[in-house]
Design a protein around this ligand. Structure first.
Ligand code: HEC
Length: 132
């Protein structure tokens, strides 16, 4: 009797383990579901450039003036004047926030001119996203 119980448990264990391991996620059509690839929003891309290769975060903070004006101030002025931050970063705009310090900012056009339109738009989206 003991032996039968033991065999039964071993077999039960075996099926339990294998059934678990074989389980695959499927959608209603029966196709296996692949892990969703994360899509980066423009806001996230903008933040990444701002803090990364753009080096903008050295001089600009969200709330406070450091070397450059705060991002909230920049966003507010650009919204009020319905101006484009992306165009300014291409060197095609006028300084609207602090023209007396324009020369300091102008040096960064060496970096921003290497960015794509998509990346410049992302920077603009990110700057405005902090002004909510
Ligand atoms: C070395 C410091 C420094 C760095 C780095 C820097 N900025 Fe600036 N930025 C300034 C200063 C100073 C001003 C104020 C002058 C002005 O308004 O043009 C300014 C102004 C600005 C303005 C407002 C322009 C206007 O209309 O007056 C924007 C937009 C801006 N910066 C975006 C950026 C972005 C995006 C980056 C990164 C690619 C960046 N800055 C990197 C110093 C910096």
């Amino acid at each position: 009797m003991k032996k039968i119980t033991y065999t039964f448990l071993t077999v039960a264990c075996f099926f339990f383990l294998t059934s678990c391991g074989k389980k695959t996620e499927t959608d209603p059509m029966g196709n296996s579901v692949k892990e969703a690839t994360t899509v980066q929003t423009p806001e996230e891309l903008g933040k990444e450039i701002f803090e990364g290769k753009g080096t903008c975060a050295t001089c600009h903070k969200a709330d406070a003036k450091v070397i450059g004006p705060s991002l909230k101030e920049i966003s507010k002025i650009y919204k009020d004047k319905k101006a484009s931050i992306a165009l300014f970063l291409k060197g095609e705009g006028e300084p609207l926030v602090d023209p007396s310090q324009y020369e300091v900012m102008k040096a960064n056009f060496a970096i921003t001119k290497t960015l794509s339109d998509e990346e410049l738009d992302a920077l603009e989206v990110y700057i405005h996203s902090l002004n909510k």
